[in-house]
Design a protein around this ligand. Structure first.
Ligand code: SF4
Ligand code: SF4
Length: 68
């Protein structure tokens, strides 16, 4: 299982990473709000992550780090 980490306070909640993930690991939080006033991404199904890093590559703001 890969380890995911997020610079949550810089996420703008655009969903590009959510849509890029082939394993449905990520979702935009419905209840959290970050320092910039956005609903940030979170890992809702982290055990399914295969470490492909598609999410990190897709994110325009380099929010996601994937460690394998
Ligand atoms: S590394 Fe791949 S499987 Fe894991 S959350 Fe990112 S896109 Fe999904
Ligand atoms: S992590 Fe990046 S791609 Fe994903 S919602 Fe946040 S800003 Fe968008």
């Amino acid at each position: 299982m890969a380890k995911l980490s997020f610079r949550t306070d810089f996420c703008k909640g655009c969903s590009l990473c959510v849509n890029a993930c082939p394993k449905n690991v990520l979702a935009i939080s419905k209840d959290k709000i970050n320092a910039k006033g956005h609903h940030p991404v979170e890992a809702v199904n982290p055990d399914a992550c295969v470490g492909c890093a598609s999410c990190a590559i897709m994110c325009p703001d380099c929010i996601i780090t994937v460690e394998r």
